[in-house]
Design a protein around this ligand. Sequence first.
Ligand code: ZN
Length: 117
Amino acid sequence: MHELSLMASVMDIAREELSRHGASRLLLLRIRYGVLDQVQPEAMRMAFEAMTAGTPHEGATLELVEEPLGLRCSLCGHVFHPEDRNALYAPCPACGDTVPFSITEGEGIFLDHLEAE
Ligand SMILES: [Zn+2]
């Protein structure tokens, strides 16, 4: 249950944000997740519904935004956004070398935005 624990940690952050702003009811939660995290949006929604049912946050909107993969060549510094994650293991499209890429985008789960009252 990958999504359940992800959702639980996002909800922890959201609850902290709410109490910091003196709000008690979550209206909207936007989560960005990297394409590499292999998150199942439906499972995220189910986890969110299960976690908010019977709480003041029940009925809040959940927005899920998938972040594309961004890679930077560690040799020439070229940054690109491949459609296919296999680009991670392919030669750099700019210099043609097969050095490791660093991942600039597409990894991690973030609480991007929330609205509350
Ligand atoms: Zn390169």
